[in-house]
Design a binder for this molecule. Structure first.
Ligand code: GLU
Length: 374
């Protein structure tokens, strides 16, 4: 068994429609789903947190609404997703309940992972669900997504979710058992790679062209997902989900392709916050707060002396000590106007001051990186 899998604490599992839906009957494959639920319950029992990203809404809904086969018009696929998502959630809810798990439906639109303000919301809701022991079951909110504003495929959605949630491992379950040097069947010396240490141009070329039919195993989108995951410090694995208990098979047999990340998700996230974001403001903290941050705590409004700049919730700000030295950076949980109103005040007063229940901290410690002392 691979070390990456043994040590993974938080895992995202992407499930393709073809595994879950009997397309002829237009219904979920209940035996397969029950076995998957069983696998997930075992991972839970091992102390792992699991997030599922599942397709299948459109496949289920087109049957329920008796829509024609073939490519659907946008309105029809949105309608199909609305009808099918209800059935999909029902199927997961039922299968998980039998194993003592709670399925929690989360529908995301592109902005939920790409816009920083909404990103904090999606991240904290999913974190809460995990803390409560639930299994978030995520899909794209296809009913309101149009072509310009969609992830487009669930490989990419799953990678965005894995990166947003600082997952250790992303498993793409589909009908192929890994990544091949060329589309399977295209020549005689095609072989499956056990691991990909770097997604090089050669690897990308092996995935085939977007337009070619042979790349229809979806390798192009899987490589795109791999890039997102690996950059976020998440290992990605492509494995077959065709048989029953595919996660158990990954543990015991292990036929798959691993795309290896070279840092852990926390380091990658801190690097992202510390290095790549444009700073929109400065919060200056008192000595007590500076010491609290140094010992790993979040920044509470009570320890902040000033909040300057033009930042919104989710924007990156610098954290300065009283003498104006930058001691770190972080994502603000409040915009500048709200921050100004609550600085110096106790977290318990925030709701009264702002008129709504916000976060208790101005910058959560997971959203912060501190400069090392020189
Ligand atoms: N969100 C789509 C659905 O639930 C699937 C998209 C995909 O599989 O890539 O039907």
């Amino acid at each position: 068994m691979r070390q990456e899998w043994i040590s993974a604490k938080r895992i995202v599992i992407k499930i393709g429609s073809s595994l879950l839906i009997d397309t002829e009957a237009g219904t979920p494959k209940t035996e397969w789903l029950d076995a998957l639920a069983d696998d997930i319950a075992k991972l839970h029992a091992d102390g792992k947190e699991v997030i599922v990203v599942s397709s299948g809404a459109i496949a289920l809904g087109r049957n329920a609404l008796k829509l024609p086969k073939g490519r659907l018009k946008l309105e029809d696929s949105q309608a199909a997703a609305a009808a099918g998502q209800a059935d999909l959630a029902h199927a997961y809810g039922g299968a998980f309940r039998k194993c003592g798990l709670v399925a929690a439906q989360v529908l995301l639109t592109l902005g939920d992972t790409e816009e920083r303000r909404r990103y904090l919301n999606a991240r904290s809701t999913i974190t809460t669900l995990l803390k409560l022991g639930a299994v978030p079951v995520v899909n794209e909110n296809d009913t309101v997504a149009t072509n310009e504003i969609r992830y487009g495929d669930n490989d990419r959605l799953a990678a965005r979710v894995a990166s947003m949630m600082s997952a250790d491992c992303l498993v793409l379950l589909s009908d192929v058992d890994g990544f091949y040097t060329a589309p399977p069947g295209s020549s005689s010396d095609v072989r499956r790679l056990d691991e990909v240490v770097e997604i090089s141009p050669e690897i990308e070329a092996m995935a085939g062209d977007v337009g070619s039919d042979l790349s229809r195993g979806g390798m192009v989108t899987k490589i795109e997902a791999g890039k997102i995951a690996v950059q976020a410090g998440t290992h990605m694995v492509i494995a077959s989900g065709k048989g029953l208990n595919p996660l158990h098979a990954l543990t015991t047999v292990g036929i798959a392709t691993w795309f290896l990340a070279h840092s852990d998700p926390v380091t990658a996230r801190k690097r992202w916050i510390g290095g790549t974001l444009e700073l929109r403001g400065v919060v200056t903290v008192d000595d007590g707060a500076a010491a609290a941050l140094a010992s790993g705590n979040s920044l509470l409004p009570a320890g902040v002396i000033s909040a300057e700049g033009r930042f919104d919730r989710g924007d990156a700000v610098a954290i300065h000590s009283r003498d104006g030295v930058e001691i770190g950076r972080g994502l603000a949980a409040f915009g500048q106007v709200e921050a100004e109103a609550i600085i110096g005040r106790k977290s318990s007063e925030i709701a009264d001051i702002l008129g709504y229940v916000g976060r208790p901290e101005l910058i959560h410690r997971d959203d912060m990186t501190l400069n090392r002392k020189g």
